[in-house]
Each structure stands twice: as structure tokens, then as C-alpha cells.
Design a protein around this ligand. Structure first.
Ligand code: FMN
Length: 251
């Protein structure tokens, strides 16, 4: 148990990988373990697309804003919310699927993310390194084309996986009491916000982040540079269209 706790507490995202391949047998084992995750009603409303082919990785790369992990990692996994397979099974068994709605998308997205995260733990427990790519939900419309995803299927996250070629410093977390609420939500006073964010703001890497981005506060790096309102609105519109086009917004 303490080994397992240590694995969880010492983990960090890995963005540089060695040229050592991730063998098929190992990846299959990770997928097997990942798919043991809880799944809504045991429906397994997700699919995982494995990308190892260099040509395919190059096609995906711009859709992940050319983050180098996509072409450098031996394995790229795209996790999809998928009601296509389950819906087909229903129809073949004289059952009418009622899954062309937003709730079903959320159900399938949650299922897909649970598999992804369990697979991450399985991979990290074996010394592999992983990196999530949030860009998947920004460019889902184009990823759908590249990976040939039919109606009822939407990519929700991507993982790059490989043997680490770096051991980066662990980044911070807020103190536990900042994110945990006893029994009901306790809203944050200005003073609590000060207390909870003080350590993060006083870190050398935060100061460097602020300077590099020419900003006055760390929060401005998020609002003005990394996760801007205009981008959020734009990519929300793209994603809502994807939901519509893939048949999840009919009710
Ligand atoms: C949903 C999600 C999307 C992410 N997207 C990216 C990404 O596009 N590029 C990247 O380098 N890291 C990405 N990350 C990794 C985070 O930056 C990282 O988890 C966070 O900075 C904390 O670092 P740690 O995982 O080393 O503790 C993502 C993480 C999550 C959970």
C-alpha cells in the first residue's frame, strides 16, 4: 500500500520520452487494466484509438497545437465518448437507443475519462510517463476527420505515453483544505483565497512564469495568456457544433 501511495504522491507529467518503444503486450495490459474502471451501467460507452504510425502522428500534431509530445511519444491514445457501438447493439436487438442527447454525451465522456485516468496510474506504476492533451476538445471537429470517428463518437482527451527521458520537478498543489469541503460547500472569503494561493504565488517558477509572460500577477498569466476568454468562447462554439454534428444535441 505504501508503494502505491508513493507512486501516486510522487507522480508528475512527463513530456520528454526516450526512443525505447512501448511494447504491444505492455500497452494491451495497460488497456486491459484501464477498461476495468467503473463504467456507467457497465455499458462501456467509450473507445480508445491507438496512434503509433508516424504519418498519423504528424496528421494529429497540428490539432494538438504542435505540442512535441505527439510526434515524440511512441504511443498516442485518443479517448472517445462513444455511443455508436452501444446504439448499434441496441438496434440489432430490437431496442431503441435514446442516447442522442447531452446527458448521454456526459455519461460517455465520464466513462472515457475514467478509463484514461486508470490507464495513467497503471502506466505510471510501471515507470512509464504520460501527458494529457487538453487540445483534444479544442479541435475535436478535425480529430474526428483524422481518426474517422462516426456519429455518436467524440474525442474527449488524449494521452501521450512513453518511457521518461526527464524527471521534471514536481509542481505544486493547493493545500488539501482548499479543495475539500466538509459536508457542504464553504465559500471562500478573500482572506482564505490569500492563504490558499500564497504558497503557489511565492514559488520561483511562478515568478518566472509571470516575468516570461510580461504580466503582473500569476492569475493574469491564466486569464490573459493561457486560457483566454476569447479562445474559450471560440472553442466552446466549435465543441457545441461537434456535439450537434455527432448527434448528441437532439433533445
Ligand atoms: C485534461 C488535461 C489536459 C491537459 N492538457 C495538457 C496539454 O495540452 N499540454 C501539456 O503539456 N500538459 C497538459 N496537461 C498536463 C497538466 O499541465 C499537468 O497535469 C499540470 O500542470 C500538473 O502537473 P503534474 O501532472 O506534473 O502534477 C493536461 C492535464 C489535464 C488533466
Amino acid at each position: 500500500m505504501s508503494d502505491f501511495s508513493e507512486i501516486l504522491l510522487n507522480r508528475r507529467t512527463i513530456r520528454k520520452y526516450s526512443s525505447q518503444p512501448v511494447e504491444k503486450e505492455l500497452l494491451d495490459q495497460l488497456l486491459l487494466e484501464g477498461t476495468r474502471s467503473s463504467t456507467t451501467g457497465n455499458m462501456q460507452v467509450y473507445s480508445v484509438i491507438i496512434t503509433r504510425d508516424e504519418v498519423k502522428k504528424k496528421e494529429l500534431s497540428p490539432l494538438h497545437f504542435n505540442q512535441k509530445m505527439v510526434t515524440e511519444a511512441p504511443v498516442v491514445l485518443t479517448f472517445c465518448a462513444d455511443f455508436n457501438r452501444f446504439g448499434k447493439w441496441c438496434r440489432q436487438r430490437s431496442a431503441e437507443p435514446g442516447y442522442d442527447n447531452f446527458l448521454s454525451f456526459m455519461t460517455a465522456a465520464i466513462d472515457a475519462l475514467l478509463v484514461a485516468q486508470t490507464l495513467c496510474i497503471a502506466a505510471e506504476a510501471r515507470g512509464l510517463g504520460i501527458c494529457y492533451l487538453g487540445t483534444t476538445i479544442y479541435t475535436a471537429d478535425k480529430i474526428i476527420e483524422v481518426l474517422n470517428l462516426p456519429a455518436g463518437v467524440i474525442p474527449v482527451t488524449t494521452l501521450t505515453i512513453g518511457w521518461p527521458a526527464e524527471i521534471p520537478e514536481q509542481v505544486d498543489r493547493l493545500p488539501l483544505e482548499a479543495v475539500v469541503h466538509e459536508e457542504s460547500y464553504h465559500d471562500y472569503s478573500g482572506e482564505l483565497i490569500e492563504n490558499y494561493y500564497r504558497e503557489k504565488e511565492s514559488r520561483a517558477d511562478s515568478a518566472q512564469f509571470i516575468a516570461e509572460n510580461n504580466k503582473e500577477t500569476l492569475a493574469q498569466v491564466f486569464t490573459d495568456v493561457r486560457y483566454k476568454k476569447a479562445d474559450n468562447i471560440h472553442f466552446s462554439k466549435v465543441l457545441l457544433k461537434v456535439l450537434h454534428d455527432q448527434g448528441f444535441m437532439n433533445q
